[in-house]
Design a protein around this ligand. Structure first.
Ligand code: TNX
Length: 547
Protein backbone atom coordinates (compact mmCIF):
# COMPACT_ATOMS: atom_id res chain seq x y z
CA UNK A 1 0.00 0.00 0.00
CA UNK A 2 1.31 3.39 -0.91
CA UNK A 3 1.73 5.69 2.03
CA UNK A 4 1.35 9.37 1.63
CA UNK A 5 3.46 11.91 3.36
CA UNK A 6 1.55 14.96 4.36
CA UNK A 7 3.47 17.83 5.71
CA UNK A 8 1.70 21.10 5.50
CA UNK A 9 4.43 23.26 6.73
CA UNK A 10 2.70 26.51 7.27
CA UNK A 11 3.70 26.76 10.88
CA UNK A 12 5.72 29.91 10.70
CA UNK A 13 2.89 32.03 9.29
CA UNK A 14 0.18 30.41 11.37
CA UNK A 15 2.01 31.20 14.53
CA UNK A 16 1.40 34.87 14.18
CA UNK A 17 -2.30 34.24 14.61
CA UNK A 18 -1.81 32.72 18.05
CA UNK A 19 -2.65 35.05 20.86
CA UNK A 20 -0.10 33.76 23.30
CA UNK A 21 3.12 33.56 21.36
CA UNK A 22 6.07 31.61 22.59
CA UNK A 23 9.33 33.55 22.69
CA UNK A 24 10.86 30.89 20.52
CA UNK A 25 8.81 29.79 17.51
CA UNK A 26 8.14 26.11 17.53
CA UNK A 27 10.43 24.52 15.03
CA UNK A 28 9.05 22.63 12.08
CA UNK A 29 8.68 18.97 13.08
CA UNK A 30 11.93 17.19 12.33
CA UNK A 31 11.60 13.52 13.10
CA UNK A 32 13.96 10.64 12.23
CA UNK A 33 12.74 8.20 11.03
CA UNK A 34 10.20 10.21 9.06
CA UNK A 35 6.64 9.33 10.15
CA UNK A 36 4.34 7.80 7.55
CA UNK A 37 1.81 10.63 7.74
CA UNK A 38 2.38 13.96 9.38
CA UNK A 39 0.23 17.06 9.13
CA UNK A 40 1.42 20.25 10.76
CA UNK A 41 -1.46 22.24 12.25
CA UNK A 42 -1.97 25.69 13.67
CA UNK A 43 -0.63 26.38 17.13
CA UNK A 44 1.44 24.57 19.67
CA UNK A 45 1.42 22.94 23.08
CA UNK A 46 3.79 23.97 25.82
CA UNK A 47 4.83 21.62 28.56
CA UNK A 48 5.11 23.49 31.84
CA UNK A 49 5.12 22.87 35.58
CA UNK A 50 1.39 22.13 35.54
CA UNK A 51 1.42 19.55 32.76
CA UNK A 52 0.25 16.08 33.81
CA UNK A 53 1.31 12.84 32.19
CA UNK A 54 -1.74 10.58 32.15
CA UNK A 55 -1.64 6.85 31.50
CA UNK A 56 -4.99 5.20 30.97
CA UNK A 57 -6.39 3.50 34.06
CA UNK A 58 -5.01 0.05 34.72
CA UNK A 59 -2.38 0.16 31.97
CA UNK A 60 0.90 -0.31 33.80
CA UNK A 61 2.98 -0.32 30.64
CA UNK A 62 1.50 3.03 29.61
CA UNK A 63 2.34 4.34 33.08
CA UNK A 64 5.90 3.01 32.84
CA UNK A 65 6.33 4.78 29.49
CA UNK A 66 4.85 8.00 30.90
CA UNK A 67 7.36 7.76 33.75
CA UNK A 68 10.22 7.40 31.28
CA UNK A 69 9.03 10.64 29.67
CA UNK A 70 8.77 12.27 33.10
CA UNK A 71 12.34 11.23 33.98
CA UNK A 72 13.70 12.49 30.72
CA UNK A 73 11.84 15.77 31.06
CA UNK A 74 13.02 16.25 34.60
CA UNK A 75 16.64 15.65 33.63
CA UNK A 76 16.44 18.19 30.83
CA UNK A 77 14.25 20.82 32.47
CA UNK A 78 14.44 20.32 36.22
CA UNK A 79 10.63 20.12 36.23
CA UNK A 80 9.07 17.03 37.82
CA UNK A 81 5.83 16.31 35.97
CA UNK A 82 3.27 14.22 37.84
CA UNK A 83 2.41 10.84 36.33
CA UNK A 84 -1.10 9.61 37.02
CA UNK A 85 -3.67 7.14 35.77
CA UNK A 86 -6.92 8.36 34.28
CA UNK A 87 -9.44 7.82 31.53
CA UNK A 88 -9.06 10.95 29.53
CA UNK A 89 -6.44 13.53 29.02
CA UNK A 90 -8.19 16.72 30.14
CA UNK A 91 -6.34 19.98 29.70
CA UNK A 92 -2.59 20.47 29.77
CA UNK A 93 -1.72 16.79 29.65
CA UNK A 94 0.04 14.13 27.66
CA UNK A 95 -2.29 11.13 27.49
CA UNK A 96 -1.22 7.58 26.64
CA UNK A 97 -3.91 5.12 25.58
CA UNK A 98 -4.24 1.71 23.96
CA UNK A 99 -8.03 1.54 24.42
CA UNK A 100 -8.90 4.30 22.01
CA UNK A 101 -6.63 3.14 19.24
CA UNK A 102 -8.81 3.23 16.18
CA UNK A 103 -7.31 1.75 13.04
CA UNK A 104 -3.82 1.11 14.34
CA UNK A 105 -3.30 -2.58 13.83
CA UNK A 106 0.49 -2.64 13.48
CA UNK A 107 1.81 -3.72 16.89
CA UNK A 108 4.44 -1.00 16.74
CA UNK A 109 2.26 1.67 15.15
CA UNK A 110 0.87 4.72 16.90
CA UNK A 111 -0.83 8.02 16.34
CA UNK A 112 0.07 11.30 17.95
CA UNK A 113 -2.09 14.39 18.12
CA UNK A 114 -0.60 17.52 19.54
CA UNK A 115 -2.75 20.62 19.94
CA UNK A 116 -3.35 23.52 22.24
CA UNK A 117 -4.74 21.34 25.03
CA UNK A 118 -2.05 18.74 25.04
CA UNK A 119 -0.84 15.59 23.38
CA UNK A 120 -2.62 12.25 22.91
CA UNK A 121 -0.63 9.17 21.93
CA UNK A 122 -2.68 6.18 20.81
CA UNK A 123 -1.53 2.68 19.96
CA UNK A 124 -2.79 -0.87 20.03
CA UNK A 125 0.21 -2.12 22.02
CA UNK A 126 2.66 -0.56 24.48
CA UNK A 127 5.44 -0.66 21.85
CA UNK A 128 3.46 1.86 19.82
CA UNK A 129 3.05 4.13 22.85
CA UNK A 130 6.80 3.96 23.32
CA UNK A 131 7.45 4.98 19.71
CA UNK A 132 4.90 7.75 20.04
CA UNK A 133 6.83 8.96 23.06
CA UNK A 134 10.07 8.86 21.05
CA UNK A 135 8.43 11.00 18.38
CA UNK A 136 7.19 13.44 21.01
CA UNK A 137 10.77 13.82 22.26
CA UNK A 138 11.80 14.80 18.75
CA UNK A 139 8.97 17.32 18.47
CA UNK A 140 10.39 19.06 21.55
CA UNK A 141 13.49 21.26 21.27
CA UNK A 142 16.80 19.30 21.03
CA UNK A 143 17.57 20.41 24.60
CA UNK A 144 15.29 17.58 25.74
CA UNK A 145 18.38 15.41 25.16
CA UNK A 146 20.52 17.58 27.39
CA UNK A 147 21.45 15.81 30.60
CA UNK A 148 22.28 19.15 32.26
CA UNK A 149 19.16 21.07 33.16
CA UNK A 150 18.34 23.97 30.88
CA UNK A 151 16.13 26.62 32.49
CA UNK A 152 15.80 29.01 29.58
CA UNK A 153 14.09 26.64 27.17
CA UNK A 154 10.40 26.78 26.28
CA UNK A 155 9.19 23.20 25.99
CA UNK A 156 7.09 23.67 22.92
CA UNK A 157 5.54 20.98 20.77
CA UNK A 158 4.21 22.15 17.41
CA UNK A 159 0.58 21.18 16.80
CA UNK A 160 0.64 18.15 14.58
CA UNK A 161 -1.28 15.00 13.59
CA UNK A 162 0.86 11.92 13.07
CA UNK A 163 -0.04 8.41 12.04
CA UNK A 164 2.90 6.11 11.92
CA UNK A 165 4.05 2.52 11.67
CA UNK A 166 7.27 0.75 10.69
CA UNK A 167 7.91 -0.89 7.35
CA UNK A 168 9.89 -3.78 8.85
CA UNK A 169 9.60 -5.82 12.03
CA UNK A 170 13.39 -6.40 12.26
CA UNK A 171 15.20 -3.09 12.60
CA UNK A 172 18.56 -4.23 13.76
CA UNK A 173 21.87 -2.96 14.97
CA UNK A 174 24.75 -5.26 15.81
CA UNK A 175 27.68 -4.86 18.14
CA UNK A 176 30.79 -7.03 18.22
CA UNK A 177 32.14 -7.18 21.76
CA UNK A 178 34.43 -10.13 20.94
CA UNK A 179 37.16 -8.42 18.96
CA UNK A 180 37.25 -5.68 21.56
CA UNK A 181 35.53 -5.93 24.89
CA UNK A 182 33.28 -2.93 25.39
CA UNK A 183 31.95 -1.85 28.78
CA UNK A 184 28.58 -2.88 30.20
CA UNK A 185 27.55 0.77 30.56
CA UNK A 186 28.30 1.37 26.91
CA UNK A 187 26.11 -1.53 25.85
CA UNK A 188 23.25 0.13 27.73
CA UNK A 189 23.99 3.44 26.07
CA UNK A 190 23.98 1.71 22.67
CA UNK A 191 20.52 0.36 23.50
CA UNK A 192 19.37 3.86 24.42
CA UNK A 193 20.61 5.11 21.08
CA UNK A 194 18.72 2.30 19.36
CA UNK A 195 15.49 3.24 21.15
CA UNK A 196 15.87 6.86 20.09
CA UNK A 197 16.03 5.65 16.46
CA UNK A 198 13.08 3.23 16.84
CA UNK A 199 15.36 0.26 16.20
CA UNK A 200 14.12 -2.92 17.85
CA UNK A 201 16.67 -5.73 17.48
CA UNK A 202 20.08 -5.71 19.15
CA UNK A 203 22.34 -8.39 17.67
CA UNK A 204 25.00 -9.05 20.27
CA UNK A 205 28.08 -10.77 18.82
CA UNK A 206 29.39 -12.50 21.93
CA UNK A 207 31.98 -15.02 20.78
CA UNK A 208 34.78 -15.00 18.25
CA UNK A 209 38.39 -16.04 17.72
CA UNK A 210 39.65 -13.10 19.79
CA UNK A 211 37.45 -13.58 22.86
CA UNK A 212 34.55 -15.40 24.49
CA UNK A 213 32.44 -12.78 26.26
CA UNK A 214 29.57 -14.53 28.00
CA UNK A 215 29.74 -16.52 31.20
CA UNK A 216 28.67 -20.16 30.75
CA UNK A 217 28.32 -21.83 34.14
CA UNK A 218 29.01 -25.38 32.96
CA UNK A 219 32.23 -24.35 31.21
CA UNK A 220 34.11 -21.85 33.38
CA UNK A 221 37.24 -21.97 31.25
CA UNK A 222 35.37 -20.26 28.41
CA UNK A 223 35.73 -17.05 30.38
CA UNK A 224 38.76 -17.90 32.56
CA UNK A 225 40.81 -18.70 29.45
CA UNK A 226 38.72 -17.83 26.39
CA UNK A 227 37.90 -14.27 27.44
CA UNK A 228 41.53 -13.16 27.49
CA UNK A 229 44.20 -12.71 24.86
CA UNK A 230 47.76 -11.96 25.72
CA UNK A 231 48.09 -9.02 23.33
CA UNK A 232 46.57 -7.35 20.30
CA UNK A 233 47.79 -6.45 16.84
CA UNK A 234 48.83 -2.81 16.46
CA UNK A 235 47.64 -1.13 13.27
CA UNK A 236 46.02 -2.99 10.38
CA UNK A 237 46.44 -6.65 9.41
CA UNK A 238 47.82 -5.56 6.05
CA UNK A 239 50.64 -3.54 7.68
CA UNK A 240 53.83 -5.60 7.71
CA UNK A 241 55.59 -6.73 9.77
CA UNK A 242 52.83 -7.39 12.30
CA UNK A 243 53.39 -5.68 15.62
CA UNK A 244 51.69 -6.37 18.93
CA UNK A 245 51.01 -4.19 21.94
CA UNK A 246 52.09 -6.72 24.59
CA UNK A 247 49.00 -5.92 26.68
CA UNK A 248 46.56 -8.48 27.94
CA UNK A 249 43.03 -7.69 26.71
CA UNK A 250 39.68 -9.16 27.57
CA UNK A 251 36.71 -9.37 29.84
CA UNK A 252 33.25 -10.85 29.71
CA UNK A 253 29.66 -10.32 30.72
CA UNK A 254 28.36 -12.34 33.63
CA UNK A 255 24.98 -13.99 33.17
CA UNK A 256 23.58 -11.49 35.63
CA UNK A 257 24.88 -8.60 33.56
CA UNK A 258 23.56 -10.16 30.35
CA UNK A 259 20.14 -10.54 31.96
CA UNK A 260 20.27 -6.91 33.00
CA UNK A 261 20.99 -5.93 29.40
CA UNK A 262 18.08 -8.09 28.19
CA UNK A 263 15.76 -6.40 30.68
CA UNK A 264 17.06 -2.93 29.92
CA UNK A 265 16.44 -3.61 26.23
CA UNK A 266 13.00 -5.12 26.87
CA UNK A 267 11.94 -1.97 28.71
CA UNK A 268 12.76 -0.15 25.48
CA UNK A 269 10.98 -2.69 23.25
CA UNK A 270 14.27 -4.05 21.95
CA UNK A 271 14.95 -7.76 21.54
CA UNK A 272 18.49 -8.95 22.18
CA UNK A 273 19.55 -11.65 19.72
CA UNK A 274 22.71 -13.33 21.03
CA UNK A 275 25.27 -14.81 18.64
CA UNK A 276 27.42 -17.82 19.42
CA UNK A 277 29.51 -18.36 16.30
CA UNK A 278 30.08 -21.89 14.92
CA UNK A 279 31.64 -23.96 13.42
CA UNK A 280 34.27 -21.27 12.70
CA UNK A 281 35.29 -18.15 14.62
CA UNK A 282 35.73 -20.64 17.45
CA UNK A 283 39.36 -20.16 18.53
CA UNK A 284 38.55 -18.73 21.95
CA UNK A 285 36.42 -21.76 22.87
CA UNK A 286 39.03 -24.18 21.50
CA UNK A 287 41.77 -22.33 23.42
CA UNK A 288 39.74 -23.00 26.58
CA UNK A 289 38.83 -26.60 25.72
CA UNK A 290 41.27 -27.98 23.12
CA UNK A 291 39.26 -31.19 22.74
CA UNK A 292 36.64 -29.17 20.83
CA UNK A 293 39.07 -28.45 18.00
CA UNK A 294 39.66 -30.20 14.70
CA UNK A 295 43.41 -30.64 15.28
CA UNK A 296 45.02 -32.11 18.35
CA UNK A 297 47.12 -29.03 18.94
CA UNK A 298 46.44 -26.60 21.76
CA UNK A 299 45.89 -23.05 20.55
CA UNK A 300 45.77 -19.60 22.10
CA UNK A 301 43.08 -16.96 21.95
CA UNK A 302 43.80 -15.14 18.69
CA UNK A 303 45.64 -11.81 18.90
CA UNK A 304 45.10 -10.52 15.37
CA UNK A 305 42.27 -10.37 12.85
CA UNK A 306 41.07 -11.80 9.54
CA UNK A 307 39.72 -15.29 8.92
CA UNK A 308 41.26 -18.10 11.01
CA UNK A 309 41.15 -21.82 10.37
CA UNK A 310 40.16 -23.10 13.80
CA UNK A 311 36.90 -24.98 13.51
CA UNK A 312 35.00 -27.12 15.99
CA UNK A 313 35.26 -30.84 15.30
CA UNK A 314 32.12 -32.95 14.84
CA UNK A 315 32.45 -35.31 17.83
CA UNK A 316 29.32 -36.14 19.80
CA UNK A 317 30.99 -34.57 22.84
CA UNK A 318 31.36 -31.31 20.91
CA UNK A 319 27.66 -31.27 20.05
CA UNK A 320 26.92 -31.90 23.72
CA UNK A 321 29.14 -28.94 24.60
CA UNK A 322 27.39 -26.69 22.10
CA UNK A 323 23.95 -27.81 23.22
CA UNK A 324 24.83 -27.13 26.83
CA UNK A 325 26.16 -23.70 25.92
CA UNK A 326 23.04 -22.94 23.87
CA UNK A 327 20.80 -24.13 26.71
CA UNK A 328 22.31 -21.52 29.00
CA UNK A 329 22.12 -18.89 26.26
CA UNK A 330 18.45 -19.69 25.68
CA UNK A 331 17.79 -19.32 29.41
CA UNK A 332 19.32 -15.84 29.43
CA UNK A 333 17.97 -14.53 26.14
CA UNK A 334 14.22 -14.88 25.46
CA UNK A 335 14.55 -13.95 21.75
CA UNK A 336 12.67 -15.93 19.10
CA UNK A 337 15.92 -16.21 17.12
CA UNK A 338 19.30 -17.44 18.32
CA UNK A 339 22.19 -16.51 16.01
CA UNK A 340 24.55 -19.41 15.43
CA UNK A 341 27.04 -17.61 13.18
CA UNK A 342 28.09 -19.98 10.41
CA UNK A 343 30.29 -17.45 8.62
CA UNK A 344 33.80 -17.76 7.24
CA UNK A 345 34.31 -21.35 8.33
CA UNK A 346 37.40 -21.97 6.25
CA UNK A 347 37.56 -25.72 5.78
CA UNK A 348 41.36 -26.41 5.82
CA UNK A 349 41.34 -28.24 9.14
CA UNK A 350 38.34 -30.38 8.20
CA UNK A 351 40.03 -31.20 4.90
CA UNK A 352 43.28 -32.13 6.62
CA UNK A 353 41.74 -34.27 9.36
CA UNK A 354 41.54 -37.96 8.55
CA UNK A 355 39.05 -38.44 11.32
CA UNK A 356 36.73 -35.79 9.93
CA UNK A 357 37.10 -37.11 6.38
CA UNK A 358 36.06 -40.52 7.73
CA UNK A 359 33.03 -38.94 9.40
CA UNK A 360 32.05 -37.25 6.13
CA UNK A 361 32.13 -40.64 4.40
CA UNK A 362 30.28 -42.36 7.20
CA UNK A 363 27.52 -39.77 7.12
CA UNK A 364 27.27 -40.20 3.36
CA UNK A 365 28.09 -36.54 2.72
CA UNK A 366 29.71 -35.14 -0.39
CA UNK A 367 32.14 -32.65 1.08
CA UNK A 368 32.99 -30.22 3.88
CA UNK A 369 30.18 -27.87 2.83
CA UNK A 370 27.67 -30.63 3.36
CA UNK A 371 29.31 -31.32 6.69
CA UNK A 372 28.78 -27.70 7.68
CA UNK A 373 25.15 -28.06 6.64
CA UNK A 374 24.88 -31.27 8.71
CA UNK A 375 26.44 -29.40 11.66
CA UNK A 376 24.06 -26.44 11.44
CA UNK A 377 21.03 -28.66 10.86
CA UNK A 378 21.81 -30.62 14.03
CA UNK A 379 22.15 -27.41 15.98
CA UNK A 380 18.93 -26.16 14.45
CA UNK A 381 17.06 -29.27 15.59
CA UNK A 382 18.29 -28.69 19.11
CA UNK A 383 17.38 -24.98 19.12
CA UNK A 384 13.96 -25.79 17.62
CA UNK A 385 13.41 -28.39 20.34
CA UNK A 386 13.74 -25.55 22.84
CA UNK A 387 11.05 -23.60 21.01
CA UNK A 388 13.44 -21.19 19.30
CA UNK A 389 14.65 -20.60 15.75
CA UNK A 390 18.12 -20.17 14.33
CA UNK A 391 19.44 -17.38 12.19
CA UNK A 392 22.88 -17.54 10.59
CA UNK A 393 25.15 -15.68 8.17
CA UNK A 394 24.57 -16.44 4.50
CA UNK A 395 27.29 -19.12 4.36
CA UNK A 396 24.77 -21.46 5.99
CA UNK A 397 23.21 -21.72 2.53
CA UNK A 398 26.31 -23.59 1.31
CA UNK A 399 25.85 -27.34 1.34
CA UNK A 400 22.09 -26.95 1.90
CA UNK A 401 20.14 -24.69 4.24
CA UNK A 402 18.79 -26.09 7.51
CA UNK A 403 15.01 -26.50 7.12
CA UNK A 404 13.74 -23.65 9.33
CA UNK A 405 16.74 -21.36 9.37
CA UNK A 406 16.63 -17.64 8.71
CA UNK A 407 19.51 -16.05 6.84
CA UNK A 408 21.44 -12.86 7.44
CA UNK A 409 22.65 -11.73 4.04
CA UNK A 410 25.99 -9.98 4.45
CA UNK A 411 28.00 -10.74 1.31
CA UNK A 412 25.73 -8.54 -0.77
CA UNK A 413 22.13 -9.52 -1.38
CA UNK A 414 22.52 -12.82 -3.24
CA UNK A 415 22.26 -15.02 -0.16
CA UNK A 416 19.18 -13.18 0.97
CA UNK A 417 17.57 -13.43 -2.46
CA UNK A 418 18.26 -17.18 -2.67
CA UNK A 419 16.90 -17.74 0.83
CA UNK A 420 13.73 -15.69 0.25
CA UNK A 421 13.10 -17.51 -3.04
CA UNK A 422 13.27 -20.82 -1.21
CA UNK A 423 10.86 -19.66 1.50
CA UNK A 424 13.30 -18.79 4.28
CA UNK A 425 13.20 -15.61 6.30
CA UNK A 426 15.92 -13.06 5.68
CA UNK A 427 17.53 -10.06 7.33
CA UNK A 428 19.37 -7.86 4.88
CA UNK A 429 22.72 -6.53 6.03
CA UNK A 430 24.87 -6.27 2.89
CA UNK A 431 28.40 -5.18 3.72
CA UNK A 432 28.64 -2.67 0.87
CA UNK A 433 25.85 -0.55 2.43
CA UNK A 434 25.49 -1.51 6.05
CA UNK A 435 28.88 -2.29 7.56
CA UNK A 436 29.58 0.52 9.96
CA UNK A 437 33.17 -0.66 10.45
CA UNK A 438 33.85 0.59 6.89
CA UNK A 439 35.35 4.04 6.36
CA UNK A 440 32.79 6.80 6.00
CA UNK A 441 35.24 9.42 4.74
CA UNK A 442 38.63 9.68 3.05
CA UNK A 443 40.90 6.99 4.43
CA UNK A 444 43.93 9.26 4.15
CA UNK A 445 42.53 11.46 6.89
CA UNK A 446 40.14 9.18 8.79
CA UNK A 447 41.22 7.11 11.79
CA UNK A 448 42.05 3.46 11.04
CA UNK A 449 39.11 1.33 9.86
CA UNK A 450 38.83 -2.11 8.34
CA UNK A 451 38.43 -1.11 4.66
CA UNK A 452 35.59 -0.08 2.34
CA UNK A 453 33.81 3.23 2.09
CA UNK A 454 30.17 3.81 3.00
CA UNK A 455 28.77 7.30 3.31
CA UNK A 456 25.54 8.26 5.05
CA UNK A 457 24.09 8.73 1.58
CA UNK A 458 24.96 5.16 0.59
CA UNK A 459 23.31 3.81 3.70
CA UNK A 460 20.27 5.93 2.96
CA UNK A 461 20.11 4.72 -0.63
CA UNK A 462 19.77 1.07 0.32
CA UNK A 463 16.39 -0.61 -0.19
CA UNK A 464 16.13 -3.84 1.84
CA UNK A 465 13.74 -5.47 -0.61
CA UNK A 466 15.62 -6.45 -3.78
CA UNK A 467 13.76 -5.64 -7.00
CA UNK A 468 14.17 -9.19 -8.24
CA UNK A 469 11.83 -10.57 -5.59
CA UNK A 470 8.14 -11.04 -6.29
CA UNK A 471 5.65 -9.63 -3.78
CA UNK A 472 5.22 -13.12 -2.35
CA UNK A 473 8.98 -13.63 -1.95
CA UNK A 474 9.44 -10.13 -0.53
CA UNK A 475 7.33 -11.17 2.46
CA UNK A 476 10.30 -13.22 3.62
CA UNK A 477 12.39 -10.09 4.15
CA UNK A 478 12.07 -9.64 7.89
CA UNK A 479 14.00 -6.43 7.80
CA UNK A 480 17.37 -4.80 7.80
CA UNK A 481 20.36 -4.39 10.07
CA UNK A 482 23.72 -2.64 10.24
CA UNK A 483 26.78 -4.28 11.79
CA UNK A 484 29.55 -2.79 13.89
CA UNK A 485 32.53 -5.13 13.89
CA UNK A 486 35.25 -4.02 16.24
CA UNK A 487 38.59 -5.34 15.01
CA UNK A 488 39.81 -1.76 14.77
CA UNK A 489 37.35 -0.23 17.20
CA UNK A 490 38.84 -0.27 20.67
CA UNK A 491 36.79 2.30 22.55
CA UNK A 492 33.17 3.39 23.02
CA UNK A 493 34.08 6.82 21.61
CA UNK A 494 35.33 5.32 18.38
CA UNK A 495 32.36 2.95 18.20
CA UNK A 496 30.11 6.03 18.34
CA UNK A 497 32.19 7.74 15.71
CA UNK A 498 31.73 4.83 13.31
CA UNK A 499 28.05 4.28 14.07
CA UNK A 500 26.87 7.89 13.90
CA UNK A 501 25.35 9.54 12.04
CA UNK A 502 24.96 6.45 9.81
CA UNK A 503 22.52 5.00 12.37
CA UNK A 504 20.07 7.79 11.47
CA UNK A 505 20.06 6.66 7.84
CA UNK A 506 19.65 3.04 8.96
CA UNK A 507 16.67 4.04 11.09
CA UNK A 508 14.98 5.62 8.12
CA UNK A 509 15.48 2.71 5.71
CA UNK A 510 14.26 0.30 8.39
CA UNK A 511 11.14 2.34 9.18
CA UNK A 512 10.07 4.11 5.98
CA UNK A 513 8.58 2.87 2.77
CA UNK A 514 10.78 3.71 -0.20
CA UNK A 515 8.34 6.31 -1.54
CA UNK A 516 8.46 8.09 1.79
CA UNK A 517 12.22 8.54 1.64
CA UNK A 518 13.62 11.88 0.50
CA UNK A 519 17.35 12.49 0.75
CA UNK A 520 17.16 16.30 0.56
CA UNK A 521 14.57 16.38 3.32
CA UNK A 522 16.48 13.80 5.35
CA UNK A 523 19.59 16.00 5.28
CA UNK A 524 17.65 18.86 6.85
CA UNK A 525 16.29 16.59 9.55
CA UNK A 526 19.74 15.10 10.10
CA UNK A 527 21.12 18.55 10.95
CA UNK A 528 18.55 18.77 13.73
CA UNK A 529 19.36 15.20 14.80
CA UNK A 530 23.00 16.27 15.14
CA UNK A 531 21.90 18.92 17.62
CA UNK A 532 20.32 16.12 19.65
CA UNK A 533 23.53 14.11 19.36
CA UNK A 534 25.47 17.16 20.54
CA UNK A 535 23.20 17.45 23.57
CA UNK A 536 23.75 13.78 24.36
CA UNK A 537 27.47 14.10 23.72
CA UNK A 538 27.44 11.43 21.02
CA UNK A 539 30.83 11.35 19.34
CA UNK A 540 29.44 11.30 15.79
CA UNK A 541 31.54 11.64 12.67
CA UNK A 542 31.54 15.04 10.99
CA UNK A 543 32.74 13.88 7.59
CA UNK A 544 30.77 14.66 4.46
CA UNK A 545 27.52 12.69 4.14
CA UNK A 546 28.06 12.10 0.42
CA UNK A 547 25.52 12.90 -2.26
C1 TNX B 1 33.25 -10.44 8.01
S1 TNX B 1 30.26 -10.42 8.48
C2 TNX B 1 32.89 -11.11 9.15
C3 TNX B 1 33.36 -10.62 10.46
C4 TNX B 1 34.30 -9.46 10.30
C5 TNX B 1 33.77 -8.51 9.26
C6 TNX B 1 34.56 -7.26 9.11
C7 TNX B 1 30.67 -11.78 8.94
C8 TNX B 1 29.58 -12.70 9.07
N1 TNX B 1 31.96 -12.09 9.17
O1 TNX B 1 33.94 -11.68 11.16
O2 TNX B 1 34.44 -8.84 11.54
O3 TNX B 1 33.72 -9.17 8.03
O4 TNX B 1 33.91 -6.33 8.30
Amino acid sequence: MKKRLLIQATLATLLFSCTQKPDQSPAQPSVIPQPVEMTALEGYFELNKKTRLVAETGNDEAERIAKMLADKFQTASGIALPVEQGDESGKNAVFFTTKQSDNIDNKEGYSLSAGKKGVVIRASEPAGLFYGMQTLLQLLPPEIENPAQASDVQWIVPAVEIKDEPRFGWRGLHLDVARHMLPFEFVKKYIDYMAMHKLNTFHWHLTDDQGWRIEIKQYPKLTEVGAWRKETLVGHMRDRPHQYDGQKHGGFFTQEEAREIVEYARERFITVVPEVDMPGHASSAIAAYPELGATNKPIEVVTNFGVHSNLYNVEESTFTFLENVLSEIIEIFPSEYIHIGGDEARKDQWEASEKIQGQIRKLGLKDEHELQSYFITRIEKFVNSKGRKIIGWDEILEGGLAPNAAVMSWRGEEGGIAAAKSGHYVVMTPNDHLYFDFYQGDRATEPLAIHGHTTVNEVYGYDPVPQTLSDEEAKYILGVQANLWTEYIKTPEYAEYMAFPRVSALAEIAWCETENKDWEDFKKRLSVQLQRYDMKDVNYSKVDWGD
